[in-house]
Design a protein around this ligand. Structure first.
Ligand SMILES: NC(=O)c1ccc[n+]([C@@H]2O[C@H](COP(=O)([O-])OP(=O)(O)OC[C@H]3O[C@@H](n4cnc5c(N)ncnc54)[C@H](OP(=O)(O)O)[C@@H]3O)[C@@H](O)[C@H]2O)c1
Length: 284
């Protein structure tokens, strides 16, 4: 399939023509300070161009520092990178989101973001939050806006009033939670699906069937899962703070899973979440 991404810096074109890398580094639980700085630098050195943070991760300052140092060390420009952050649940609402956006920019030390997301669909708030994202987008402070943890009914509700269709929906997505209906819906609406916890927070790496598939291709289970994301057309952002794993997770562009193996992975679905359920327990 010639349309599949075949190198780490390959991008998908979002619904507003902005290019987003297919694979990026997630930094949830990467500690503020040296740990996150070094992870960001290792990733960019390895060829990553996309970093996914959030105000809730409390590591935006370190991400900003890692980005600045990596730009210098690798002779890159800001526009070579794709930086995502998110407005946290307790900051949702129109004015509070505008402030949260500015605070994220300040902590990151950036003058624009590539993508800003509504972190969770907080009931009664997310439409006002979305209007604030539409405003910062119109002002040119962010190149694309999107949502996270939105189910189909949240998207339907948002789209009934939104001026701008979200460019991205970042959701929990891995072989135990394959989200087929949501994936199809987002594809129809031109919303790019992005996988969080693609490795099931590390819980899927010992799975026997996945290990069998990985052995066949001479790859690791992590690489097989990330490749499965890409072949399904899903952007993916594995997290690691270890350089060897950061490199391993990006080495997924030199093989192709067969249709049978894609199906075998799809069949592992159990609708099982490792994170919160957007309809039941949105984090505070
Ligand atoms: N929007 C949301 O609500 C939301 C929620 C959760 C996550 N996210 C985003 O998605 C990103 C990824 O999700 P995640 O961090 O929850 O989980 P993940 O990427 O599925 O898994 C990360 C875990 O797996 C380990 N790991 C990574 N690569 C490995 C490898 N090759 N071999 C063995 N172990 C490996 C990591 O440990 P080490 O670091 O020690 O290597 C870490 O414990 C987050 O960092 C964040 O950016 C978004």
């Amino acid at each position: 399939m010639s349309t599949l991404p075949n190198h780490l810096q390959e991008t998908v074109t979002l619904n507003n023509e902005v290019h987003m890398p297919w694979l990026g580094l997630g930094v949830y639980l990467a500690k503020e300070g040296d740990e996150v700085v070094q992870a960001v630098k290792a990733a960019i050195r390895a060829g990553y161009r996309s970093i996914d943070t959030a105000s809730a991760y409390r590591n935006e300052e370190g991400v900003g520092q890692g980005v600045r140092e990596a730009l210098k060390e690798n002779g890159l420009r800001r526009e070579d990178l794709f930086i995502t952050s998110k407005v946290w649940n307790s900051d949702q609402g129109y004015e509070t989101t505008l402030k949260s956006f500015d605070d994220s920019l300040k902590r990151l030390g950036l003058d624009y973001l590539d993508l800003f997301l509504v972190h969770w669909p907080v009931k009664g708030k997310y439409k006002d939050t979305w209007r604030a994202l539409e405003k910062v987008y119109a002002e040119g402070k962010v190149r694309a806006i999107g949502v996270s943890n939105f189910q189909i009914h949240h998207l339907e509700d948002l789209l009934s009033e939104a001026k701008i269709v979200p460019a991205v929906n970042q959701v929990e997505f891995h072989p135990y939670l394959t989200q087929k209906d949501l994936l199809r819906y987002c594809l129809e609406k031109g919303i790019q699906l992005e996988a969080w916890s693609p490795l099931g927070q590390g819980n899927l790496l010992e799975h026997e069937i996945l290990q069998g598939i990985a052995a066949k291709y001479g790859k690791t289970v992590a690489q097989v899962i990330l490749r499965w994301d890409l072949q399904l057309g899903v952007v993916t952002i594995p997290k690691s703070v270890r350089e060897a794993r950061i490199i391993e997770n990006a080495d997924v562009f030199d093989f192709e899973l067969s249709a049978e193996d894609i199906q075998a992975i799809d069949e592992l679905n159990r609708n099982q979440r490792f994170g919160s359920d957007p309809d039941k327990n949105i984090p505070k």
